[in-house]
Ligand binder design. Sequence first.
Ligand code: NAP
Length: 299
Amino acid sequence: MSEKVGFIGLGIMGGGMAANLVRAGFEVTVWNRTASRMAAVTDLGASAAGSAREVAERSSVVLICVSDTPDVVAVTEGPDGILAGLAAGSVVVDHSTISPSETRRLAALAEEAGGSWLDGPVSGGSEGAELGTLSIMVGGEASDLERVRPYLEAMGKTITHTGPVGSGQMVKLVNQVLVVVNMLAASEALLLAEAGGLDLDATLSAVTGGAAGSWMLANRGPQIIARDWRPGFTVDLQQKDLRLVLEAADELGVPIPGTALVFQLYRAVQRRGLGAEGQHALVKALEHMAGVKVGEAPR
Ligand code: NAP
């Protein structure tokens, strides 16, 4: 028999994820700070709670998807937080992308309260949240993951146990290093191609299928050439993730110079008021330095 599931944070990601849980037939209680955002999911059959605490009181599996580390802390601790209402034996799964070390602290608090904690950050974007095709990277006890797997399967198609609590967040940060350094390579390559007077479409098709190819080049390269800055993932959210990456590397004493450079370049993009554009707007920082715009020369 399935358990009662709670969902806290119905933003771009959480809204789609909670809707998929309801559609899969689970009994779902939701809470969102901005109450009006609950309507889309309650219309499908979820019931609304008045606080994160109330969600925990009414559920034995509590899922979270809010913005940043302090936001997960805000919905977890305090008189109206999850821990104040968590019953012994309940499990919390945090789908937000947050700090691995803060995750371990929150997991210890959940354990003190008689419950358990899994970190389950996601990738796959808003489209994946809506379609139920997310990749979910899960840190924590394997037995807790098996217990919540039916709910995760309603929201994602690749569910990976990454190791102990905090490791899901760490894998997500590793993912983001790969994403942004690939993004920088694609941006720099296209800038050089433009400055060299090359046919950009021909250049892309020549290099995308070979050893230099990447998902970023194949998917965001054509968007850069078309100067289409619509976001799959915004500069502002990527910058939040890179801050977490740099903090984790700092805590571990590991140099990650490529990612640090991309962080500073995104800062320049943000300073120019472009934080809501897609993360491929990274090329604009390079264009500003070079006095060259990719895709603008008549071809
Ligand atoms: P979003 O649309 O901005 O939604 C954020 C949600 O968090 C909203 O429900 C918001 O409530 C809630 N929230 C924020 N601060 C809060 C606080 N202090 N107390 C209570 N609720 C709070 O963001 P999103 O795109 O869904 O992203 C959510 C998480 O998923 C982030 O950690 C993000 O990095 C991660 N993620 C996003 C994507 C993506 O493509 N968007 C992909 C992978 C992972 P209000 O409605 O009241 O503001």
